[in-house]
Design a protein around this ligand. Structure first.
Ligand code: GLC
Ligand code: GLC
Length: 812
């Protein structure tokens, strides 16, 4: 137990025991098409598929408190008004507990002898969320209380909704039938969908006008109706429609009432839109309410969600000596991978849902941590992403999930983007053996009529880098590489300009060593892929490209003690002893080493030792050192951040994970675990008032030692750290790696670990893998027994016709 809560590992929940957490601590509801953001005090919003284009409830950006607006219940108990989630009224509670679980949040609160339990979740495959409410009178006497529900509707296109009031204040419309409120703004004309907010129980009243329920001069903390005690049955016309119901409860001592609210996105499909002139056809809404009025319906839906997660997580479970590794690998890290796969970088407490959609490089990397759970969804995603590549090899940097179309405002020309598609595709095929995906039809975004396949995209990606190299034979950087903020062609002096879009990359000679390293990695993947397809000539072609790039790296990127980061537009090195600031960067060390550079000449080891000496801190690895204290016009956004945060010498957790993998590649198991734990949220609980972020999910960034708030986390949840850290732990440290021919067992563990055991579902077979370490080593399997039979090497072959195999691997 720490100040704010603790893990309940058996239940796979994080239990928050006081509402005033250092920041709102978020959870996600939903994992298919309907999503809800939900903080530990009920803040957040819901949307269908696309947080920008199908927003269902409103959110106030950068509000006070931070998570302003949400799903709120108000209790009026003899004039004392309180919320089970504490906010917005913030009446002190006699008891509060919030359990964030896998796809659900459960808030339990007690006040004046009334116990309220609120369970929020999205049933599997459904387009609605359920708020199950249990109210129990534990006062020992009869109690009469009033309960009010509240949501504020959004007019779907969230950007317009928050900016275009001259229109939005005049278009809001609702209908009410029984306990159900139908939000039908814009339904009369072009929309064929609506939002339903209903209760499974009879109500004593409702409100749909925000001005009436909240009051024009009030906030949610002193909303008029809950304070006054009676709904006014207001029907919104224009302004701001809300959904609010009043329930009067008369509870004998010990009596409990149970009911549910349903917040649904409903598409009419081919049903008639109207049942009478301007009267919405409510067939689907009525069916939905009836469904959850049936006894046990909510419990059944909840059980299905729970079983689904147990099943998904069953594809990877570990028992090892470190508590944080177990907890993150077995539950929270995989759970976060689901969120990043679904949402990329679109909607969180730091991403508004109206800005970034699905990132090209982000989504490709997110697949790496997700593919083992639901490979079919990864397959579709790979093809969707590929469809946003252009015929010349560049890519839309981002796309909208609803339309799956590239985002023209943000554009492209990030010269790493295309290469990540190779990593996601290879990971998918290794996981599934489905080489067929390479032949799947996939045209280019700008030439949709020309039929090509996925393999063609991978080839185009390779040739794009090959044909876009600079004076040192290293890849050109374009607007930026993985480090969005290293803008070597931007030269921006205009404060209103976006670093990401400004500047002309055509004709520029700025080069990226990181892309060079990534290219090594990608060509090696391609060579492996072609070998597995028995196409040796193509494999050879890839190896040649690899060798050429490796030669350029070793000839031009080595700085003496580490790999340089880039060459700027004037040909000057970035990340070099020659620089005054930004002498050493993390990304080029990671990718050169992971790509196989420096392995025959000892540079890989030197580069990694330089990382240890100059960049490693107890809170993780700094992105570069020394931090930029002044703005460098030739480097762009990276030098625009104050020293110690974000890409300017912050601890950018995402790239830390590559170093974890690199330590594994070098066989340094103790280092790998030490580094792993340095950014692990579960290990931050003892310094949580400094860290501030959720202890159950990774943050994009932890402030580095140059910042006055060193150790503070920001931008939790939607970060590439999720996928990569799962790869680093499961495939690097624990060493269970899917390959084309089987499952490789190649752990790189701390010497003190005597053994570990992994359950891995792979190609439909349950692998029960025990790794023994009798001699206190970090790596190198000496003996591999599969179902009692000793196998040469360390790859468990693909079994035929078995559903389980038992493996004993011994380090020696
Ligand atoms: C953010 C972006 C990602 C980028 C990284 C580093 O996480 O989503 O695309 O690689 O920042 O700049
Ligand atoms: C990435 C970086 C962030 C930068 C942004 C620009 O997300 O992490 O620092 O501001 O890209 O789009």
């Amino acid at each position: 137990m720490t100040r704010y809560g603790h893990f309940d590992d058996a239940k796979r929940e994080y239990v928050i025991t006081r509402p005033d957490t250092p920041l709102p601590w978020l959870n996600y509801l939903g994992q298919d098409d309907f999503f809800g953001l939900c903080t530990n005090t009920g803040g957040g919003y819901a949307f269908w598929k696309d947080a920008r284009l199908r927003r269902l409830t409103r959110y106030r950006y950068n509000d006070m408190p931070y998570d302003g607006n949400g799903r709120y219940l108000y209790i009026n108990d003899g004039g004392v008004v309180w919320n089970p989630g504490w906010k917005p009224v913030k009446t002190p509670l006699d008891r509060y507990e919030c359990r964030h679980g896998l796809g659900y949040t459960q808030i339990t609160a007690e006040k004046k002898g009334l116990l309220v339990e609120l369970l929020l979740f999205v049933p599997l495959g459904e387009n609605h969320e359920i708020w199950q409410v249990k109210v129990r009178n534990i006062s020992g006497q009869r109690k009469q209380v009033k309960l009010f529900s509240f949501v504020e509707f959004c007019f779907y296109e969230a950007l317009n909704d928050m900016t275009n009031y001259q229109r939005t204040y005049s278009i809001g419309q609702v209908e009410v039938e029984g306990s159900a409120i139908y939000h039908k703004t814009e339904y009369r004309e072009r929309r064929n969908h609506y939002t339903l907010f209903a209760c499974t129980r009879g109500i004593a009243g409702f409100d749909t006008s925000r001005d009436v329920f909240v009051g024009v001069h009030n906030g949610l903390h002193d909303a008029a109706v809950p304070l006054g005690g009676e709904c006014q049955n207001s029907l919104a016309f224009g302004w701001n429609p809300v959904g609010a119901q009043q329930i009067n409860l008369d509870l004998a001592a010990g009596q409990q009432e149970e009911f549910a609210f349903i917040l649904a996105y409903v598409e009419q499909g081919d049903l008639p839109k109207f049942s009478a002139p301007d009267v919405l056809n409510k067939t689907r809404g009525r069916e939905l309410v009836a469904k959850y009025q049936r006894a046990g319906a909510v419990a059944t839906a909840f059980a299905a969600l729970h079983n689904q997660w147990e099943n998904l997580l069953g594809s990877f479970q570990v028992d090892c000596p470190d508590e944080h590794c177990r907890r993150m690998a077995n539950t929270w890290n995989q759970y976060q991978c689901m969120a990043t796969f679904n949402l990329s970088r679109s909607a969180s407490m730091y991403e508004t849902g109206i800005g970034r959609g699905m990132g090209y490089r982000d989504s490709n990397q997110d697949i790496l941590g997700f593919v083992h759970m639901i490979p079919e969804r990864a397959r579709q995603r790979i093809l969707d992403i590929a469809a946003t590549q252009l015929a010349d090899g560049t890519c839309y940097h981002q796309y909208q999930p609803l339309t799956k179309k590239g985002n023209a405002e943000i554009g492209g020309d990030f010269y790493d983007d295309h290469l990540w598609l190779i990593l996601s595709t290879a990971a998918y095929i290794k996981e599934t053996g489905d080489f067929g995906i390479l032949q799947a039809p996939a045209s280019y975004s700008d030439t949709p009529a020309v039929a090509t396949n996925l393999l063609h995209h991978l080839e185009t990606s390779i040739s794009y880098t090959l044909s876009h190299r600079g004076p040192h034979g290293l890849p050109l950087i374009g607007h930026a590489d993985w480090n969005d903020c290293l803008n070597l062609n931007c030269f921006s002096t205009e404060p209103n300009e976006s670093f990401q879009c400004a500047g002309d990359v055509k004709g520029s000679k700025a080069e990226s060593v990181m892309i060079a390293g990534l290219f090594l990695y990608a060509t090696r993947e391609m060579a492996g892929l072609y070998q597995a397809m028995s196409r040796p000539a193509d494999a050879q072609r890839m190896t040649q490209a690899y060798d050429e790039m490796l030669a350029a790296i070793e000839a031009h990127a080595w700085d003496g003690q580490w790999y340089r980061r880039a060459y700027d537009a004037a040909g000057k090195p970035v990340g070099s002893q020659q620089c005054d600031e930004g002498k050493i960067f993390i990304e080029s060390q990671a990718w050169c080493v992971l790509g196989g550079a420096g392995h025959t000449n000892d540079r890989a080891k030197q580069a990694m030792e330089s990382v240890h000496t100059h960049l490693f801190t107890p809170n993780g690895i700094l992105l570069q050192q020394p931090a930029y204290k002044t703005y460098h016009v030739e480097l762009g956004e990276v030098s625009s951040y104050p020293p110690g945060v974000k890409e300017n010498a912050g601890i950018f957790c995402h790239n830390n994970t590559w170093i974890h993998l690199a330590w594994c590649l070098l066989g340094q198991g103790d280092r790998a675990l030490e580094y792993y734990l340095s950014i692990c949220p579960s290990a931050k609980q003892s310094q949580i008032d400094i860290y501030r972020g959720e202890p159950y999910v990774y943050a994009q960034m932890i402030a580095g030692r140059d910042a006055p708030v060193s150790g503070e986390a920001k931008n939790t949840w939607l970060t590439g750290t999720a996928a990569w850290t799962f790869v680093a732990l499961s495939q690097g440290i624990l060493g269970i790696r899917p390959e084309y021919t089987g499952l490789r067992v190649d752990p790189c563990i701390p010497k003190s670990w005597p053994s570990l055991r992994v359950q891995r579902r792979f190609r439909g077979v349950e692998h029960d893998i025990e790794i023994r370490n009798p001699h206190g080593l970090s790596r190198s399997i000496k003996k591999l027994e599969v179902d009692g039979r000793t196998i040469a090497g360390n790859v468990i072959p693909l079994p035929s016709g078995k559903s389980r195999v038992r493996v004993v691997a011994t380090l020696g």
